[in-house]
Design a protein around this ligand. Structure first.
Ligand code: SF4
Length: 399
């Protein structure tokens, strides 16, 4: 079949997904065409619910073409189904193996507009031997080391919607010996010492050998020990203080990620008080990201508790960080999207019908009060369709 690929974002990781798509198209004997008008199917890749607006544009541009959507965000399939003929949930290996429309339509992972299925079964098969090393930007290659995640943070969709699967060690080693600076894409903390930028959990950071000048990205997530335990990423305040000391002593750089919206500013203040006084060049970045009540993660149970007073924005976060920075000099603040953006995004995640989508668009420039009013009063929070996606792997089962 003839495929054309469309995608909106230009981030490296999206480019990587596109290169996997191109490989799957070529490996399965399909043709990749540059003009969507020549394609049998326009394949649209999405990694975030907000890209539904891009999909809408593709639909408007090619109203009579068959459009198939795939990618991480398609688990919110009812949203993407508004503008697509097919929505594939999970991996794409089985999808691109199909040699006809009939085969695509019979896949259990594919929602079909002509006859919507009551239940969908995400595709979890990965043909590791066919995963390409992607040359994303000049001199920078990426390769899948693992998908999913061993941890089960209750606010993160990753481990609840994807089984944790690892590439073979020997295959990864072969890639690393050929492409010395290749980034191995993975949520695991293995091989920490071999990469310059590494996502790592704090509980691992304080015990593994560190590599000088490397950047370690850590999700601190919440301000109190109780909350970190509750949501699945436990570490003590003492361990946090030790991690900061260790980073400074060993000359590594930290990027710390915090989820705002559940803790009060006072709780955040007490948490950051645990940072030791220090004066070195900027090495610790802090970023707040406001809470997302994902429909496919256990955090969804708390969606009715959204508290706009606890959300951060750049102004609030700057006011919070500046006094701490006076005694912890390496601290640097990374911008935070606004409180309105957070509520608007949560509205989109819980929208599933066309009129709800249109309403979400109309709310683009609404005030925080208007957004909160719609979020709580419109009924969208009752749209939970997560039980129509049958997630069948060891980590599944939101209680
Ligand atoms: S937040 Fe990080 S550690 Fe937790 S499940 Fe998601 S990817 Fe894994």
């Amino acid at each position: 079949m003839k495929y054309a690929i469309q995608y909106s974002a230009t981030k490296d990781i999206v480019e990587y997904t596109i290169s996997v798509l191109k490989t799957l198209i070529a490996n399965n004997g399909h043709e990749l065409v540059s003009d969507p008008n020549d394609a049998d199917i326009i394949a649209v890749s999405v990694c975030d619910v907000s890209q539904v607006t891009f999909l809408e544009k593709v639909r408007m541009q090619y109203p009579n073409k068959k459009i198939a959507v795939g990618g991480h965000a398609t688990i919110y399939y009812k949203l993407f189904a508004l503008f697509a003929d097919y929505v594939n949930i999970g991996q794409g290996f089985e999808f691109f193996e199909c040699q006809s429309i009939d085969e695509i339509e019979s896949l259990p992972s594919v929602w079909v507009s002509a006859f919507p299925k009551e239940k969908l079964y995400p595709s979890t098969r990965i043909d590791w031997g066919k995963v390409p090393v992607a040359n994303v930007t000049k001199g920078q290659t990426y390769y899948w080391g693992a998908v999913g995640c061993k941890n089960k943070c209750t606010f993160c969709m990753t481990s609840w919607t994807n089984p944790h699967q690892k590439n073979a060690r020997a295959r990864v080693d072969r890639v690393l010996s050929k492409y010395k600076t290749c980034t191995i894409v993975s949520n695991d903390s293995d091989d920490v010492a071999s990469r310059m930028t590494q996502s790592i959990m704090l509980k691992d950071f304080i015990r593994v050998p560190l590599k000088k000048y490397s950047v370690y990205r850590m999700g601190l997530e919440f301000a109190t020990e109780e909350m970190r335990r509750k949501y699945g990423k436990p570490f003590s305040d003492d361990e946090f203080a030790y991690a900061i000391r260790r980073a400074i002593d060993e000359g590594v750089r930290l990027k710390l990620f915090c989820i705002s919206g559940l803790n009060s500013i006072e709780e955040w203040g007490r948490f950051f008080d645990r940072m030791p006084d220090v004066y070195v060049q900027g090495r610790i970045d802090v970023k707040f990201t406001n809470i997302a009540y994902e429909m496919f993660a256990p955090i969804k149970r708390e969606r009715h508790n959204l508290d706009v007073d606890k959300l951060m924005d750049t102004t609030r976060a700057t006011e919070f960080i500046l006094p701490i920075k006076e005694r912890v000099w390496p601290l640097r603040y990374m911008p935070c999207s606004g409180r309105e953006f957070c509520v608007h995004r949560n509205i989109l995640m819980w929208s599933s019908a066309r009129d709800e989508y249109e309403q979400w668009r109309l709310l683009k420039n609404a005030t925080l009060g208007q957004l909160a009013g719609y979020y709580f009063g419109s009924g969208i929070l009752e749209n939970d369709y997560s039980d129509t996606v049958v997630i069948d792997h060891a980590l599944a089962g939101i209680k």
